[in-house]
Design a binder for this molecule. Sequence first.
Ligand SMILES: [Zn+2]
Length: 99
Amino acid sequence: MLISCPYCGPRDVSEFTYQGDGTRRRPAPNSQDLEAWNEYVYDRANPAGPHTEFWQHSGGCRAHLKVVRDTLTHEISSATFVREDLRHQAATARHGAKS
Ligand SMILES: [Zn+2]
């Protein structure tokens, strides 16, 4: 399986470290919602099909990536820097969601 690092280009998966489900959202640090914390810590989805995951190019540039991988075929449809995603979320939070 090849992952196309936006900085280094296509590299073998052995250069990368899986860092978990990219769709989970951590509750607010001061949240008292035990159900939400329980879900965040213990519940895991096991989707059959496209899934968003975090990977690190640990054997290369060490960038953290958000990868969309089909769990049935292992085809990777996108790999982007996590920072770009965070930058977009911060801009949306600053300027408000426009819909
Ligand atoms: Zn890289």
